[in-house]
Ligand binder design. Structure first.
Ligand code: ZN
Length: 238
């Protein structure tokens, strides 16, 4: 991550969204930076000076403003860093990933997780398909680098809602993406399947860097794409 990307990630985490986290200091980023600086009684220089960096590094205290929803720009997905994966469409998943429940591996999460529905059980590793493990690991480390432990908890990213789970889709005969270990759920209680913006916790501005870390690896958020199931990210396209 470049310094510019870090500044954009932190601005977004603080509730000052600046559009795609692409490392480009355009008008949107400068405007967000000036707003942040003004709110923190700093010189509104619009550049990432030492005092601003210090303030950006502190955990976010601002409750995200719901009216300032970040609208993903579909034409600009951020820079291609050369390792972005293209995952199959959902209908091609069986062909690409093979039989359900097979070829799984365990992945270490770089922060303390607990089982969402039984929080006295800590989760050290999660089970995912071998083909997606490296990409998920990079996304997790990128997220760890953006958010403080307090912010991870505020977002509910420590509440593991499941990955591998061989089951049929609700009300259908097709298998859920979880059946291949290519989907991960976070904080299901505050992101129920049918909940939309701004009710779902992960639909708020401060979660944008979390989703962008997965999207940089070609993963998809049903929340960001379809405004439901905000708990869920998957390594398959619609
Ligand atoms: Zn899910």
């Amino acid at each position: 991550m470049t310094f510019e990307e870090w500044v954009q990630s932190r601005l977004t985490a603080h509730g000052y969204p600046c559009g795609p986290i692409d490392g480009i200091f355009g008008p949107a980023t400068r405007a967000a930076l000036k707003h942040f600086q003004a709110a923190h009684q700093l010189d509104t220089s619009g550049v990432g000076d030492a005092a601003t960096v210090l303030a950006l590094r502190k955990p976010s205290s601002r409750v995200p403003v719901e009216e300032k929803q970040f609208i993903p720009d579909r034409d600009r997905d951020g820079p291609d860093d050369g390792r972005r994966s293209v995952w199959p469409r959902q209908r091609d998943v069986p062909q690409f990933f093979g039989p359900v429940g097979r070829n799984q591996t365990r992945l270490e999460v770089p922060w303390d997780m607990v089982l969402a529905w039984k929080t006295d059980i800590s989760i050290r590793t999660i089970t995912v398909h071998e083909k997606v493990a490296a990409s998920a690991e990079r996304a997790f480390h990128r997220i760890r680098g953006i958010y403080s432990t307090r912010e991870i908890k505020a977002l509910g990213l420590h509440l593991f809602g499941g990955s591998l789970n061989v089951r049929r889709m609700r009300g259908g005969s097709r298998y859920s993406m979880h059946s291949w270990g290519i989907a991960i759920d976070f904080d299901p209680a505050r992101n129920r399947l049918s909940w939309k913006r701004p009710r779902a916790r992960l639909s708020r501005d401060d979660a944008v860097p979390f989703f962008q870390a997965f999207e940089a690896e070609g993963w998809l958020s049903l929340g960001r794409a379809r405004n439901f199931d905000w708990m869920h990210v998957q390594a398959a396209r619609l």
